[in-house]
Design a protein around this ligand. Structure first.
Ligand code: G3I
Length: 405
């Protein structure tokens, strides 16, 4: 187990001074109006019976706070119809929680939610306890024109997750990519760009206030050589844009964990060192920062064995860490031996996170090869996810299960 018994006991009582629910009492679900942070009485676990009814049953796992949507977010709608497929074993999220993690989750995208077979796997809480929108909370999706916000896509995924008792990671506030030209090409001076960042971050974070577990507030600030990425934010404001965004996000939702999310920091090198130094600097200045996301876009046979070690260096600065975008690609079509190596690779990532105190969860960057971003970016590469194109579990699935043991 990752957490000590005393820490688990602490979790169950500390976040909210809320009422205790007796055995068989309701503690969550769609339409439930009880207070967020309600805890089951000692010895009981808030258990998902179905999307509409969470109940306090005998057990020892602490209740995670799954607050109802704020009033600005449309009412939850039921996920797609159809029966769910059988879950292999306990389910990846159940295995993750049994191992002391907060969640095992997946990214998804709006167009995928019309695929019933896909949704019938994604919506199973014992399989996925957390959802990240892959695109629909990004700047181009939420503020395509200055001051005109749209949350249609983000709300659809948010409500899907809430309907299924899944927590949500917000992705993302400030990133050089998928950034409208009105931000990147307008020639804003420092004062105006500061205001633009503050308005954007505070508006999107406020919209989901109380309902998001963590936000990737700043995404990919560094180049691979450890120098700052020279996007409009850095070129105009220097590194101060990071604190501007984090402070705006904290004010907008004091309960959301605020993350910096980055790739190619999973092994020692200039990029990991630069981010570590940034995190230390932000912490020493009192800038709000709660977590660092390790994206973990890996290649079969090349998964770094240093992941846990690097994560621990970040945890030592006072932040939590998470695997936020895991996939492990190979040449397609994937050979049998590549899929066997991929199984070991997934196990390695999970077990390194499990061995790291402060690694709170793992998110795959979509669970199926059917919707992976990889083939669109790396020609001839793919097969990176734990489920194949036909939504069939690959050996990687058992690698994840083994990693949690
Ligand atoms: O929305 C347009 C659509 O209108 C148009 O018809 C279509 C034509 O290609 O493109 C659509 O936009 C695509 C968008 O995904 C939504 O599907 C973009 O072309 C495509 O480039 C974009 O790719 C996304 C990529 O980020 C952009 O950099 C991937 O789906 C998304 O999975 C990926 O996610 C990133 C994380 O945010 C950050 N870390 C790396 C990760 C993988 O690249």
């Amino acid at each position: 187990m990752k957490f000590t018994a005393s820490f688990i006991a602490l979790l169950s009582v500390v976040p909210f001074a809320a009422a205790q629910v007796a055995e068989w009492g309701q503690c969550g679900g769609i339409g439930w109006t009880g207070q967020c942070g309600t805890t089951c009485a000692a010895g009981l676990t808030c258990t998902v019976i179905n999307s509409y009814y969470f109940q306090c049953l005998p057990g020892v796992r602490p209740l995670e706070c799954v607050p109802p949507p704020t009033s600005s977010v449309p009412t939850s709608t039921a996920s797609s119809p159809g029966s769910s497929p059988t879950v292999s074993g306990s389910g990846l999220n159940a295995d993750a929680q049994a191992a002391g993690f907060k969640y095992f989750g997946s990214a998804t995208d709006n167009n995928e939610l019309s695929d019933t077979a896909y949704v019938n796997i994604l919506k199973v809480p014992s399989q996925f306890g957390q959802i990240t929108p892959a695109n629909s909370m990004k700047w181009d999706a939420t503020e395509p024109t200055r001051g005109q916000f749209t949350f249609t896509g983000g709300d659809q995924i948010y409500n899907f997750a809430k309907a299924n008792g899944q927590i949500v990671r917000g992705h993302n506030c400030v990133w050089y990519n998928q950034l409208p030209s009105w931000v990147s090409n307008s020639g804003f001076n420092a004062a105006t760009l500061t205001s633009v960042i503050q308005t954007h971050c505070s508006t999107i974070v406020s919209h989901y206030k109380g309902g998001i577990y963590a936000w990737d507030v700043v995404n990919e600030p560094f180049n691979d050589d450890g120098t700052w990425r020279t996007d409009v934010f850095y070129n105009t404001l220097g590194q101060s844009y990071v604190a501007i965004a984090l402070n705006a996000a904290r004010t907008a939702d004091p309960n959301a964990k605020l993350y910096i999310n980055e790739y190619n920091i999973e092994y020692p090198g200039a990029k990991a060192t630069s981010l570590l130094n940034l995190v230390k600097s932000l912490k020493s200045q009192g800038t709000p920062l709660d977590g660092v996301g390790f994206q973990c876009h890996f290649i079969v046979g090349q998964v770094p064995t240093t992941l846990g070690q690097i994560m621990s260096q970040f945890v030592a600065t006072g932040v939590e860490v998470a695997v936020t975008e895991l996939d492990i690609r190979t040449t397609t079509p994937a050979s049998t031996s590549a899929l066997q190596q991929q199984q070991k690779d997934y196990q390695s990532v999970v077990s390194q996170c499990k061995a790291t105190t402060g690694c709170v969860g793992i998110t795959v960057w979509d669970y199926t090869d059917k919707y992976s971003w990889v083939p669109n970016t790396f020609s001839g590469q793919g097969a990176a996810c734990p489920w194949d194109q036909n939504l069939v579990e690959k050996p990687a699935y058992q690698g994840i299960v083994a990693g949690f043991q």
